[in-house]
Design a protein around this ligand. Structure first.
Ligand SMILES: [Zn+2]
Ligand SMILES: [Zn+2]
Length: 171
């Protein structure tokens, strides 16, 4: 025994006499059905989506799934920026004899970190990705700070700024 497949028809006004009542508002007559779960819903309950009219619950369920995927992207963004920033700071700390090197290398490193995460999170980039990347760049470099406070300090400012700008400027 299989359940009927209800995806076939989005919003089909019902010419016949079988009047539907909204699932949430049982006194409200309607001709709309959610095109995902098939429940009758009134105009107030219906939400227009790119794939047709849907009920609030179905929309929320999909937003939750999107949110989970976005969380995963945030974790990925923090992981990548931590690791990349750590190694960039290690390299820069080694050149502590010449301060021009961090001034040139740091923005490049920051842009590189931002670009990697920018392209990896293309599909579901969240509103906070820039902050997450900024935090990752700072935290990744902090363990290296005592090795060369001045050089890594320059790096912290320039690399973080460049990484975040990668997101802000939508390059
Ligand atoms: Zn539904
Ligand atoms: Zn309703």
């Amino acid at each position: 025994m299989t359940l009927p497949d209800r995806v076939e028809d989005p919003v089909q006004p019902n010419d016949e006499a079988d009047i539907l009542f909204c699932t949430v508002h049982p006194t409200v007559e309607t001709m709309l059905r959610c095109n995902r779960c098939g429940r009758p819903m009134c105009a107030k309950c219906a939400i227009r989506t790119p794939v047709g009219y849907r009920c609030k619950e179905c929309v929320r369920e999909q937003q939750d799934r999107f949110f989970d995927a976005q969380m995963l992207d945030y974790f990925m963004a923090i992981g990548i920026s931590l690791v990349m920033s750590f190694f960039a700071a290690v390299i820069i700390a080694r050149f502590s004899f010449f301060f021009l090197i961090p001034i040139f290398l740091s923005p490049a490193a920051g842009t590189a970190i931002g670009s990697v995460i920018w392209s990896m999170t293309k599909k579901r980039r969240g509103r906070y990705t820039a902050y997450v990347v900024g935090a990752g760049v700072v935290m990744g470099a902090l363990p290296v700070l005592p090795a060369s406070p001045l050089m890594v300090g320059i790096y912290l400012v320039l690399a973080t700024g460049a990484a975040v700008a990668r997101f802000r400027l939508n390059l």
